[in-house]
Design a protein. Structure first.
Length: 321
């Protein structure tokens, strides 16, 4: 629609002086409301509006109408065909939110969205390294221990996607995904008492469960990298351990009350025995031990008969490849 120009100057310049200055005659359009005149001006232009105003009742303005304008038999243009305001919606369309990026900000965005109401997520630092540099960074920390790359990582997992240590997330560029950053960042936000209460294997299983919860909220893939540990934690949830309690224990604290005491009160095996089975990598027996106490004695016997060896994991939070 064209911009409205100065109406008085436009009519005076285009019409004959006597048509503009003449007294209104019988049947003139002087009774038209100002808003109606304004609508006519916007629809057919100032010149055609002036002709409508000059025409007597019953006359037409077709001879002076703007080119292409349609009029009714009485000379007034038809009502424009527009959608009522209510049909146009109240929100403008926008591009979808940007996907989280493969960096520290992306991991923080995902974890804040999932758990920001429980704890303020501390992103820490990140180092995305090529395979050789990643392995060297790992051995710089663990190389002189039983958890070195050659003694522990290679025979146990074959490789790692990442690990966390002292507030830094080390990411293996060759194999990691955004889920790896999320996983390692979770380790850096873990409550101080959690690992001591639950052990390294339950710790890794819980970290993977929470990684999946957080990534699912933004449709970010999070494959299983701890196929032994995380299913055991899931069995505990299925047996009645509230996910919210697991999240609180991991991020805020209180693992003894929320996890160990829950297991002692509700499961066929004590938490001490379940933890020992986890450290021994006896996943089947740990699952059986997490069965509710109302379960059959057969489940209890299967769990009791399992070995209870102990083996702790590598440092604070590695993700297997």
């Amino acid at each position: 629609m064209e911009r409205i120009v100065d109406e008085t100057r436009d009519v005076g310049a285009r019409a004959r002086p006597e048509q503009v200055e003449a007294e209104p005659g019988p049947g003139s359009r002087e009774t038209l409301a100002a808003e109606q005149v304004g609508m006519l001006q916007r629809l057919v232009g100032n010149r055609a509006t002036a002709a409508v105003l000059r025409a007597p009742d019953g006359g037409t303005a077709t001879e002076t109408a703007a080119p292409g304008a349609t009029t009714t038999t009485e000379g007034a243009p038809p009502q424009p065909d527009v959608a009522p305001l209510a049909e146009r919606g109240t929100e403008a369309g926008h591009p979808p939110p940007a996907r989280p990026t493969f960096d520290l900000a992306g991991g923080e965005q995902i974890l804040t969205g999932a758990f920001g109401s429980i704890k303020k997520i501390v992103p820490g630092r990140i180092e995305v390294l090529e395979q050789a540099d990643f392995q060297a960074a790992y051995d710089k920390i663990y190389g002189k221990t039983d958890w070195s790359w050659e003694k522990y990582v290679k025979p146990t997992y074959g490789g790692l996607n990442g690990f966390a240590h002292d507030g830094t997330n080390y990411i293996n560029k060759a194999s990691a995904g955004l889920h790896t950053i999320v996983h390692e960042m979770l380790h850096n936000n873990c409550a101080a008492d959690f690992v001591n209460v639950v052990g390294s294997r339950w710790n890794e299983g819980t970290t993977e469960v929470l990684t999946k919860v957080a990534c699912a909220a933004v449709n970010e893939p999070a494959p299983t990298t701890y196929p032994g540990e995380s299913p055991v934690v899931q069995v505990a949830i299925d047996s009645g351990l509230p996910l919210s309690d697991l999240e609180d224990a991991y991020l805020v604290g209180g693992a003894k009350r929320l996890i160990a005491d829950w297991a002692d009160a509700n499961c066929v095996l004590s938490w001490a025995k379940i933890k020992a089975l986890m450290e021994a990598h006896d996943w089947a027996a740990a699952k059986a031990g997490l069965a509710p106490k109302a379960s059959t004695a057969k489940a209890e016997g299967a769990a009791e008969g399992a070995g209870a060896g102990s083996e702790s994991g590598a440092g604070s939070g590695s993700e297997s490849g």
